[in-house]
Every structure is written in C-alpha cells, then in structure tokens.
Design a protein around this ligand. Structure first.
Ligand SMILES: NC(=O)c1ccc[n+]([C@@H]2O[C@H](COP(=O)([O-])OP(=O)(O)OC[C@H]3O[C@@H](n4cnc5c(N)ncnc54)[C@H](O)[C@@H]3O)[C@@H](O)[C@H]2O)c1
Length: 338
C-alpha cells in the first residue's frame, strides 16, 4: 500500500497537454472536478451527460482554467444506458479532436428510488419486483463506455502521442458491503471486478487502467437520508478524487496499472497495487491467463505485420503472377522448338 500526497497526484500531469479525455457524467460532482483538473493541464475535454445545462457550465469552467494553455471542451447529450447515444458521443468527440487518449466512465446514480433490497418485515403478498435501473446506469453504462473507449484508444496506434488510460470510478462501497445500499454496492463491486479483469488485456494494447474508490463525497448524488446518516463523519474532498483520477491516468509506472486508489475518509489517497491482492492458486490461474493473453497479443501483432507486408507486396505479386505464366509459356515454346 502506498500513500500519495496531494502534490504527488499531479506529478506527471504535464503529459495531459493536447491530450483528449472523454468523461461521462461530467456535469456535476466528481466528473465535473475531473474535467476541470484535466483542462487545467491543457487537455481537451469531451463530456457526455443527460444534464446538458450542467455540462455547459463545466465546459465554461474548463475553458476558463485551460484557455490560455490551449484546452478545449465539448458536450454531447448522452444517456449512458443507450449504446447508440454512447456511440454518437465517442463519434462526435473523435470527429472534433481526431483522437481520444483517456476515458473516465464516471456517470452514476445512488441506490434505486424504491428503497433497499432487504425486506424489513414479513408480508403475505409477493414483494414488488426490485428496481434495477441503478445497474443499467452504474454497470451496463460503464460496460458500454469501456468497450467503445478501448476501440477509440486503440486507434491511437496510428498516431501515438503518449499515455492512454481508462480509469474506473467505484467507491469504498465497491470494497465493502453497504447495508441498505445493496444494489449500489453491487454495481460498485462490479466496477472493481471490471477493472481488475480488463487490466492485462488493456496492457497488451498500451492502455493503463485503475479503479478509484472514494468514501462519501459532498455531491448531489447524496440524498437527504444519506446526509443525515453521515452527519459529523468526515467526507472525502471532491478535488482529491479528481486528483486520484489524474494520478492514475498519468503515472508512467506500468506496475501501478490495475491498482485501486482508495480514499476511505478525508485523508490522503492510498494505492493498493493489484499484485497485493492476488495470492495462492488465484495467482497461478491469473498468471496462466495473462500468459495466454500475451501469446494472443503477440500472435495478433505478427499477423498484422505479415498482413501489412502482404499489402505492400501485393501490387508486385500481381505483376509476378501475371508475368510468370507468360515467361513459363515462352520458355516452354522455345524448348519445344529447339
Ligand atoms: N458522492 C459520493 O459519495 C460518491 C462516493 C463514491 C463514488 N461515487 C461515484 O462517483 C461517480 C460520480 O458521482 P457524483 O458523486 O459526482 O454524483 P453527481 O450526482 O454529482 O454526478 C453524477 C453525474 O452523472 C450524470 N448521470 C446520471 N445518470 C446518467 C445517465 N443515465 N447518463 C449520463 N449521465 C448520467 C448526472 O447527470 C451527473 O452529472 C458515480 O459513479 C458515483 O457512484 C460517488
């Protein structure tokens, strides 16, 4: 476990200049603070959110902090539960800036409006079907974002500029259970699992990853009941969460890819490396799968090299294929006549 000071969070942030970051849920809270943090180092920001008015406010702030060093920002209305709207978001951002270097699938909501999953008393009737929209936004939406994110980041191979990363936003409720917030906690456990499971595949394509797990933060996601329950307990400052996301995206050390950046209270960021959590037979299996991923990535690389060489040689091969039979026929007729 490594403790990271607030200054250290921005140690490598200069690499953000002229890079492009796509953030979902950038109209408010963590997404907004992250957008402004990236813009203040000269990154261009693409925001996808259902709240366009809030996103426009974020964009104004991005242009204010990053204007003089060449930042830029755009918004596209996007409900993350819609694959088509996410496709349109990535497409619009890519068309405007010509590349995407970082993706932060951040959009999220709290627990479902129909209350906790646990039943509080015995009833004669069948209970109501649980509302699972939180899963659609917090988990399915993120799955859509990272599928598209990887696709667009891999396009940078043709014009590399520097680091690339997909940084997940989970929660301390992704490490621990959250009584009365069961479905929310389940989605955040899902985010941790996605990050840890995708790390090796992403590494093969030069994409860093990490998962940021904050304690409660003072943002609009906190409803009155949560605020009452949290009274007197210190909250995590939103600027530190944004700093952890910048740090996770820009750290040049590949050993930290796949790590968890935990913010369990109002104190400093604590990073848990991925290898600290994989032990015993789990490590054996993980090593075996990672070996397979490496073989597959290397095989794909050489397949691409061979296909590129073939493409280059194809015009000459056509000439050879055309000329050789004629030459053979000519030699044959000469031999017959001799
Ligand atoms: N605030 C906390 O206590 C806390 C703690 C840990 C993790 N988080 C996580 O941080 C992330 C951001 O939350 P926040 O605290 O900034 O809350 P927030 O309410 O301030 O921001 C959430 C953003 O997501 C957007 N959004 C919601 N549904 C959407 C949808 N279907 N499509 C697109 N955008 C949508 C909202 O418009 C908003 O801009 C979430 O993933 C949340 O789970 C928050």
């Amino acid at each position: 476990m490594t403790t990271i000071t607030d200054e250290e969070l921005y140690l490598n942030a200069e690499v953000l200049k002229d890079k492009v970051v796509l953030i979902t849920g950038g109209s408010s809270g963590v997404g907004q603070a992250t957008a402004i943090a990236f813009a203040s180092y000269g990154a261009k920001v693409i925001i996808g959110d259902i709240d366009v008015a809030g996103a426009k406010h974020t964009i104004r702030e991005c242009l204010r902090v990053g204007g003089t060093i060449g930042s830029d920002a755009m918004v596209q209305k996007c409900d993350v539960t819609s694959w088509e709207e996410q496709v349109a978001l990535f497409d619009a951002g890519y068309k405007k800036y010509g590349r995407i270097d970082f993706v932060v699938p951040n959009a999220g909501v709290g627990g479902p409006p129909d209350g906790p999953l646990a039943l509080t008393k015995r009833t004669k009737d069948i209970p109501a079907k649980p509302d699972t929209r939180t899963i659609d936004i917090n988990l399915t939406g993120v799955i859509y974002t990272v599928r598209l994110g990887q696709h667009y980041l891999m396009k940078n191979k043709e014009k590399p500029l520097g680091p690339m990363a997909i940084i997940f936003v989970s929660s301390m409720a992704g490490n621990n259970g959250l009584p009365r917030g069961e479905i929310y906690s389940a989605t955040k456990h899902g985010i941790v699992a996605l990050c840890r499971s995708l790390t090796e595949d992403y590494r093969g394509h030069g994409i860093r990853t990490a998962v940021v797990c904050p304690w409660f933060i003072d943002t609009p996601i906190l409803k009155t009941a949560s605020r009452v329950a949290l009274a007197g307990i210190p909250l995590t400052p939103v600027h530190r969460v944004a700093g952890a996301i910048v740090c996770a995206a820009t750290d040049p050390n590949w050993e930290t890819s796949g790590a968890s950046y935990n913010l369990p209270d109002d104190g400093l960021v604590m990073r848990t490396e991925r290898h600290e959590l994989t032990v015993g037979v789990y490590k054996l299996l993980t090593d075996r799968i990672n070996g397979l991923i490496k073989v597959q990535t290397t095989a794909n690389h050489y397949k691409n090299v061979v296909s590129d060489l073939f493409m280059l040689a194809a015009p000459h091969l056509t000439v050879v294929a055309f000329v050789l039979p004629i030459l053979a026929y000519w030699l044959f007729t000469r031999w017959m006549n001799s």
